[in-house]
Ligand binder design. Sequence first.
Ligand code: XBP
Ligand code: MG
Length: 244
Amino acid sequence: MLKALLWDVDGTIADTERDGHRVAFNLAFRDAGLSWGWTESHYRSLLAVTGGRERILSDMDRWADAPRTTSAREELARRLHAAKNRHYAHLLAQGHVSARPGVLALMRQAHTEGLRQGIATTTSRSNVLALLTHLLGRHAQDMFVVQVCGEDTERKKPDPEVYHRAVAGLKLPVDQVLALEDSGPGVAAALAAGLPVCWRPGADSPALTTAVSPQVMVCDPDQPVALHQLQAWHRAWSYGRKRG
Ligand code: XBP
Ligand code: MG
């Protein structure tokens, strides 16, 4: 029986990247007096690197005025990333990002029906808090019994660490939990942790890096997903597994 949902954040709950994080990164570059900038298409390619600080570091070779030493680069990336997160919270408050269709209804329905819900993301805790509060109000946190964020793991997706930690927090066997994901690295992380996963690509989601297996429920990006669909898929998947 399906007892819990583990939500990825960026791309799954909302399309946060192009009009949220990307714009905030560019504002942070500007504030720091840098002429650096990320276009929509370049940013899409950078999304293969999970983690905002890691993303800045991965692109520094392109800029002639980037620091030379590793430690200076890391320090600059850390400062830019913190500034980016402050801009991101302001952009959310101004209404630049909304939930993907059906997501809030699904969260509320799952809550009403007594499923446990958690967050499993590479994103910083402050960004998760800002997004959930913006979308669900001040009591958003009450809906999620476990929240594993970027700061809580040593390795980011596609590494399964975030899902191992989130499942441990739920105190449930993996086959009673369903991961909700939009991206290749996210699906790979969930599968590597042994979870079934509902894959609904978003506007900018990096492509799948793994084959679609029976453990992946493939969803239409444009159609909301209802709880009864997740439950029916999960029942059929569990039955198929038991029959071998
Ligand atoms: C999301 C990310 C994050 C966000 C920015 O991946 O890769 O880096 O782009 O967030 P996923 P931070 O949806 O797979 O978790 O700047 O807070 O890292
Ligand atoms: Mg995602």
